[in-house]
Design a protein around this ligand. Structure first.
Ligand SMILES: Cc1cc2nc3c(=O)[nH]c(=O)nc-3n(C[C@H](O)[C@H](O)[C@H](O)COP(=O)(O)OP(=O)(O)OC[C@H]3O[C@@H](n4cnc5c(N)ncnc54)[C@H](O)[C@@H]3O)c2cc1C
Length: 410
């Protein structure tokens, strides 16, 4: 039983929704303080990864069945038809519970608004309800061996054959692609146009003939991401999201939602667990450790407040008060600080212990740089801030207006 919070600013309707959300969470999820602080999404095998992925999918199904998935999506597409305060209140209540849709929450945040903005009515009807229910899990097939930060240079090609595109090429670093049912795929459909044009956004079934997913095994034994090879994969033209050759437009919507999602999550707070760890290892009186803990705690608090301001504006479909790239940079910085601190507190013992606490320390250490790269590197976020927020001159590029086929490639 979670202690009820008084919210004197709630209207009657809001208070009723808060009570409904709290009752739903109490009936279906474990309270945070009842679960172990060291429980972690850290896998050492593909099977564990799959199990965790499917747990997230089943929580998404529970949300959907109780009308808590897609709070602001239209009712006719499986949502609740609510407004931004439904999201805020649900978030506040869910914060006391240990329940997450995991990877599915990320793709929902990336693809959902993109389908709503750029999808046809038929596409919205076909995909949105299954996205909200978790029946379809989507992976992002954007990056290629030669195109990460310079994503617009991508080379995976698609040629038109009647009512279909025939796709051949390679993608890489595709998170959870081995578990997903469908993919958001960027392909080059017109090499004669400059690189930001001539790209098309396709919605592809991952079980289409010609798709081969090869998991990349990491140091932990798990495979967070994959290589995806496409050999003459046939995708109907009706699966184009947005306009043919102008797929960069919906791709940008996906990427900005991705940054906002990573930043808006606040990256989770670890300072309290690190304080517990410092007590356990007897270094809570050490001045340097105390200083680092205080620094991380302050960063987390500031980030949480900034994140709430930005996400509230995103939910109201207003321009955020500051550029969301700041949030993603701050989350990335906190993850590095937290991983280094966990290791500094535990010392080498943290690396060899195989209990739950040891797994948490190792996870903090080994995954500390992921956020600095995935969803756009720190350097790319700084470029965004320089250009968008500070109005500094664009980074000089020699290839922006040249036909893609004339740009030298390694
Ligand atoms: C945890 C994780 C999950 C991911 N999931 C997915 C996924 O699901 N789907 C997907 O498609 N991709 C995914 N990626 C890939 C990710 O988007 C790319 O790794 C990222 O965009 C960087 O591209 P790159 O690896 O090719 O590095 P590069 O672009 O080659 O960058 C190498 C270095 O050069 C720097 N650099 C490059 N260009 C500039 C510039 N203009 N100015 C300053 N510095 C620059 C970069 O910051 C970086 O330090 C994931 C990556 C990670 C780490």
């Amino acid at each position: 039983m979670v202690v009820a919070h008084e919210h004197p600013v709630d209207t009657e309707e809001q208070a009723a929704f808060r009570a409904e959300a709290r009752a739903f969470l109490e009936a279906n999820a474990a309270a945070k303080r009842e679960s172990s602080p060291w429980a972690v999404n850290f896998h050492t095998s593909e099977e564990e990864g799959r199990r965790h992925f499917e747990l997230g999918r089943s929580w998404q199904r529970t949300l959907f069945d109780h009308r808590f998935a897609g709070l602001t999506y239209p009712r006719e597409l499986g949502g609740r038809g609510g407004t931004s305060w439904h999201e805020s209140i649900y978030r506040e209540e869910a914060d006391h519970f240990d329940a997450s849709s995991g990877f599915i929450a990320a793709t929902l945040a990336m693809l959902g608004p993109t389908l709503m903005r750029h999808g046809t009515e038929a596409q919205q009807q076909e995909y949105v309800p299954r996205l909200l229910s978790g029946d379809d899990a989507w992976c992002q097939l954007f990056s290629e061996p030669g195109s990460g930060s310079d994503l617009a240079g991508l080379a995976c090609k698609a040629e038109r054959d009647g009512d279909e595109f025939v796709v051949t090429g390679q993608k890489v670093w595709n998170s959870a692609a081995q578990f997903c049912d469908r993919g958001m795929l960027l392909v080059r459909t017109n090499p004669d146009m400059p690189k930001h044009h001539g790209i098309t956004f396709l919605l592809v079934d991952m079980d289409s003939p010609g798709i081969e997913v090869r998991p990349l095994v990491q140091a932990t034994g798990a495979s967070h991401f994959n290589e995806v090879f496409l050999s003459e994969v046939r995708v109907p033209v009706s699966r184009v999201l947005g306009q043919i050759d102008e797929g960069w437009v919906p791709a940008r919507t996906v990427m900005s939602n991705e940054s906002a999602f990573i930043g808006g999550s606040g990256g989770g707070s670890t300072s309290e667990r690190l304080m517990m760890l410092a007590r356990l290892y007897g270094v809570d009186g050490d001045p340097v450790t105390r200083q680092d803990l205080a620094r991380l705690h302050c960063h987390e608090r500031v980030l949480a407040m900034m994140s709430e301001r930005i996400m509230a504006a995103v939910r109201r479909r207003e321009t955020p008060p500051v550029d969301p790239s700041i949030l993603k940079l701050a989350v990335a910085g906190n993850r590095v600080l937290s991983g280094n601190l966990a290791m500094a507190i535990a010392g080498p013992a943290g690396l060899i212990s195989s209990d739950e606490r040891g797994a948490w320390i190792q996870s903090e250490l080994l995954s500390r740089y992921g956020v600095s790269i995935g969803g756009g590197t720190n350097e790319v976020q700084r470029n965004n801030l320089a250009e968008r927020a500070l109005g500094l001159p664009r980074e000089p590029t020699a290839d922006r207006d040249r036909p893609w086929r004339d740009i030298p490639r390694s």
